[in-house]
Design a protein around this ligand. Structure first.
Ligand code: S3P
Length: 436
């Protein structure tokens, strides 16, 4: 599919529900005793993989209307042995969080995934979960396919995160739910805190202490009893990132993207784009379902290059690909460092972005832990392709945005991965007038 130079984007749109919150809402609802209701659930392939897995372990999960689902949970500790392997598709979050959830259950589960997921490292979760008593038989390199035997009872763990990863943190906390005693995670660099917020919302005893240096100590009391909830999922800031950058880059654009989650552990891209000179206003700030939410009003702007502090990385970890596209149209050079985690996402996002940006006429230098990008100063990118998206939804959408700001258009080899997180992405661009 080719994305070509766009007319100004205008109008008011929403984006699908937050992927991280959607996964967690299904998992915790499935562990509560009684019926939970979820509104605004992301109906993307990744979340549907979580739903299928929870169903195969005894939860009843049904769709009532678009985005509206209800879940009859089985209770912490009462998940059933799945009869077949759990197919995680492309979803690292489903895989790692479910490994944690099941690690303290008396069952055996096999996890499989697509070619992208089967390349991603799992030792970061199997290592701490092994200390809790679970055992693993993994494919070489601690990868999928992988079979786990859960521990019952599991051994409580105190664990200091060696990588800034909300998936690892969440895996341990979810394992702690069915573990006697106290599970503690020490997080030197804060990562998205949806698990902590939602566990508390479901009635788990969870405490967060923040030390003077910013280290967070999360304490969970095990053998929790979760009470069913009504959850409202905000729009995904990681999906809003694409129309937001597109509106900044296409001259004359002004768009409103409504109902977006603005949790500080997720909102790093808004701060970065503002530092670059982007006009992004937040209208109607409010709280919905325990998460800060607002409407983003974005006006096309002349951007300048940046050298962002790597400490910001976790708050915009999934937004770097599209931030690189913004940098490609900025005035001057941008230097991104401290991003080694990008190499183990759905694709190696440093290499995939460097290769794709070069192919459409951008001067880039790939670094071990980041990238240097020479901005065009606002002049349209040359364009070209086809871009290899390597089963990575965010690569596909980032280059679609680049195409809108190009002279000759950008061709993407495969838009199918977009269905994992953002069904309706091209329809949204059409609604904003960006494509025919
Ligand atoms: C996620 C955490 C992040 C992020 C992913 C979703 C989550 O991964 O990249 O898309 O829902 O916890 P890491 O924990 O690997 O940083």
């Amino acid at each position: 599919m080719t994305f070509a130079a766009a007319r100004p984007l205008s109008g008011s749109v929403g984006v699908p529900g937050d992927k991280s919150i959607s996964h967690r809402s299904l998992m915790l609802s499935a562990l509560a005793v009684g019926t939970s209701r979820v509104e605004g659930l992301l109906e993307g392939e990744d979340v549907l993989a979580t739903a299928a897995a929870m169903r195969s372990m005894g939860a009843r999960i049904e769709r009532d209307a678009e985005g509206v689902w209800h879940v009859d949970g089985v209770g912490v500790g009462s998940l059933l042995q799945p009869e077949t392997a759990l197919d995680m598709g492309n979803s690292g979050t489903s895989t790692r969080l479910l490994m944690g959830l099941l690690a303290s259950h008396d069952l055996t589960a096999t996890f499989t995934g697509d070619a992208s997921l089967s390349k991603r490292p799992m030792a970061r979760v199997t290592e701490p979960l092994s200390r809790m008593g679970a055992t693993f038989t993994s494919s070489p390199g601690d990868r999928l396919p992988l079979t786990m035997r859960g521990a019952s009872p599991a051994i409580p763990l105190e664990y200091r995160l060696p990588v800034a990863s909300a998936q690892v943190k969440s895996a341990i906390l979810l394992a702690g739910l069915n573990t006697p005693g106290i599970t503690r995670v020490v997080e030197p660099v804060p990562t998205r805190d949806h698990s902590e917020r939602m566990l508390r919302g479901f009635g788990a005893e969870l405490d967060v202490e923040v030390e003077a240096n910013g280290t967070r100590i999360i304490t969970l009391v095990g053998e929790a009893e979760l009470k069913p909830q009504n959850i409202v999922v905000p729009g995904d800031p990681s999906s809003a990132a694409f129309p937001m950058v597109a509106a900044l880059l296409v001259p004359g654009s002004q768009v409103t993207i409504g109902n977006i989650g603005l949790n500080a552990t997720r909102a790093g891209l808004v701060d970065l784009l503002r530092e670059m000179g982007g006009s992004v206003e937040i209208a109607n700030p409010r709280e919905v379902g325990g998460e800060p939410v607002g409407d983003l009003v974005v006006t096309a702007s002349v951007l300048k290059g940046v050298e962002p502090d790597p400490a910001r990385a976790p708050s915009m970890i999934d937004e770097y690909p599209v931030a690189f596209v913004a940098a490609a149209l900025a005035q001057g050079r941008s230097i991104f460092r401290g991003l080694e985690e990008l190499r183990v996402k759905e694709s190696d996002r440093i290499a995939t972005m460097a290769e794709g940006l070069r192919a459409i006429g951008v001067a880039v230098e790939e670094l071990e832990d980041g990238i240097i990008i020479e901005g065009s100063g606002g002049a349209p990118l040359m364009g070209g392709g086809p871009i290899s998206t390597r089963l990575d939804h965010r690569i596909a959408m980032s280059f679609a945005v680049a195409g809108l700001a190009s002279k000759n258009g950008v061709t993407i080899d495969d838009m199918r991965p977009v269905a994992t997180s953002f069904p309706g992405f091209t329809a949204l661009l059409r609604n904003l007038g960006a494509i025919e």
